[in-house]
Design a binder for this molecule. Structure first.
Ligand SMILES: Cc1cc2nc3c(=O)[nH]c(=O)nc-3n(C[C@H](O)[C@H](O)[C@H](O)COP(=O)(O)OP(=O)(O)OC[C@H]3O[C@@H](n4cnc5c(N)ncnc54)[C@H](O)[C@@H]3O)c2cc1C
Length: 503
């Protein structure tokens, strides 16, 4: 690690991944360090939407929405199989805001900004056919439009690994502290299981998300960490042909029901996160109740209960604080860029616009750097055409998730589905071989999302998973047992509703 770095990026979420990828693309010698696993922070805990955010139109944020929907279209074109189109239904109920004319105008503007026309207004009867389980009382109809969906942690991995293939250096489980400027270089202390290292670069990027205040030399209070949580159901218990949005009966906040990887989830909440950022964020009983009240309103006949929930996850939004005691949902969702004496911080914003944010951050840092050897924003490697007997939908999925490595993934193991998920067994083998898996939780929560979509966090598949880990990672029986115990403890404490917590 002790090399003459041009750039060191701190934080391996989507913001750091984008800056790392862009920096390598421009020809700089770049190191990225992440204190935990890649995508361990908010970037594996989002609502998985690549979207413009229809509600930001209401707030007059036309530029933000335009940038986001154009970027959505670009990612759909570059990453088929990883970023996929998602149909959305948005219900209109008598007397609820926004009124249908405003909603219709919003949908038209949304598509116009994206340079496409793919929405329609549905009558009450058509809407009921499209969403048969939806509450019909007061329903007048609604809109249909398309956004996109992503596996957020896989997007981070794809960006990072393409940057590494082009010459960048990655280190996970490495914490950076004490940023300080000496002469024309910024110094950092790095710490991992191999020891402590002093390193320096022409410029350091802090892409530390909700940790940005903590990482900064002067420990300011610029961020208001806000937690958003989701609850997951088996696809058969909450059947969703497409995503649904409705206003929560308690506070009118937009609430989503989204089909994902064979399961269905409901989200999200938005409240102050008053816990240490060093602990895994977890849903609290009040949030479960809030989301269940939303479901009782939206899909009353399904009678969903806490006992139907198969998993949960919570993420912390790095939201810029207005410094006032306003409702969390009123705080701006814009990103922030601070340039402080050789440390450039990029935080806030959205997953969707990570590439634009990376471009902006690199421009801000130009004052510290020699001229780049290339210009423009990076693009992804083109989709891979797989050879051999791989079904077309799987070929596209592997190409989107693994880029140029897709053929090797398809050849390294069994291509049958892991029951209850959309993953194939070969993906576990590949992840162990080539994707820096150090712990079972890396494999089940971020390389694959089995811990998010399978009941019990995937416990029923532990035997074959154990065989793969022991063979590919060289774990012995003792290591496997302790990894499994740690994973189950983590899953039970942060990825499900604790038994008895609601009663
Ligand atoms: C509930 C929820 C739903 C969301 N839904 C969407 C959505 O659907 N679509 C969308 O576009 N956006 C969504 N967002 C926003 C989006 O997820 C975030 O903006 C984005 O993931 C933030 O990425 P990041 O890289 O800045 O932060 P993070 O992903 O949190 O990454 C920061 C990383 O820095 C690391 N780090 C911190 N300090 C150090 C240190 N000292 N040394 C080394 N590493 C360090 C952390 O471990 C962490 O991994 C959502 C956010 C939330 C909370």
């Amino acid at each position: 690690m002790n090399q003459e770095w041009d750039i060191i990026v701190v934080g391996g979420g989507i913001t750091g991944a984008g800056i790392f990828r862009q920096s390598v693309h421009l020809g700089y010698k770049t190191l990225l360090v992440e204190q935990n696993d890649f995508a361990w922070g908010t970037s594996s805990r989002s609502s998985k939407l690549v979207h413009g955010g229809l509600r930001y139109l209401k707030q007059g944020k036309i530029d933000l929405v335009r940038d986001s929907v154009l970027e959505r279209q670009a990612l759909l074109a570059e990453l088929p199989g990883l970023v996929n189109p998602l149909n959305f239904l948005i219900a209109d109920y008598k007397g609820q805001s926004p009124n249908p004319w405003l909603l219709r105008a919003g949908l038209a503007t949304y598509d116009t900004l994206a340079g496409k026309w793919d929405h329609q207004w549905l009558s009450r009867n058509d809407f009921i056919m499209a969403a048969p389980h939806l509450n019909r009382e007061g329903l007048t109809g609604g809109g249909r439009f398309t956004d996109a969906q992503v596996d957020d942690a896989r997007l981070v991995l794809r960006v990072l690994l393409e940057g590494e293939a082009e010459g960048g250096t990655l280190e996970s489980y490495t914490k950076a502290t004490s940023p300080r400027r000496e002469g024309d270089r910024t110094h950092l202390t790095l710490e991992n299981s191999r020891g402590r290292f002093e390193v320096s670069a022409r410029v350091v990027f802090s892409a530390t998300g909700a940790w940005a205040d903590q990482f900064s030399e002067h420990r300011p209070h610029r961020l208001r960490p806000l937690r958003g949580s989701h609850i997951t159901f088996p696809g058969w218990r909450l059947p969703l042909p497409c995503a649904l949005s409705f206003s929560h009966p308690d506070d009118g906040r937009p609430t989503f029901l989204v089909p994902w990887e064979g399961a269905s989830f409901c989200g999200t909440t938005d409240l102050d996160h008053n816990h240490s950022l060093d602990q895994e964020p977890r849903i609290e009983a009040e949030e479960v109740k809030y989301l269940l009240r939303g479901l009782a309103f939206a899909v009353p006949h399904l009678e969903l209960q806490a006992r139907d929930i198969i998993g949960t996850w919570a993420g912390v939004r790095p939201v810029l604080s207005s410094g006032k005691e306003v409702d969390p949902s009123k705080e701006t969702r814009d990103h922030a860029l601070w340039n402080e004496n050789g440390v450039v911080t990029m935080t806030g914003g959205k997953l969707t616009t990570f590439r634009l944010m990376a471009g902006e951050a690199m421009e801000e840092a130009a004052m510290y750097l020699p001229a780049p050897s290339r210009r423009g924003l990076f693009t992804f490697a083109p989709p891979t055409l797989l050879e051999g007997p791989v079904p077309p939908h799987l070929a596209q999925r592997l190409s989107g998730r693994y880029g140029a490595m897709a053929q090797q993934v398809a050849e390294c193991g069994d291509l049958s589905l892991i029951q209850g998920s959309w993953n194939v067994w070969a993906e576990l083998v590949w992840a162990c071989r080539a994707e820096r898996v150090y712990h079972l939780s890396d494999l089940l929560l971020r390389r694959t999302r089995l811990g998010f979509v399978l009941p019990g966090g995937g416990r029923e598949h532990m035997e074959p998973i154990g065989k793969i880990c022991c063979k590919e990672l060289g774990w012995d029986a003792h290591r496997w047992k302790s990894e499994m115990e740690d994973y189950i403890h983590l899953w039970e404490s942060a990825y499900t509703v604790a038994e008895g917590a609601l009663w």
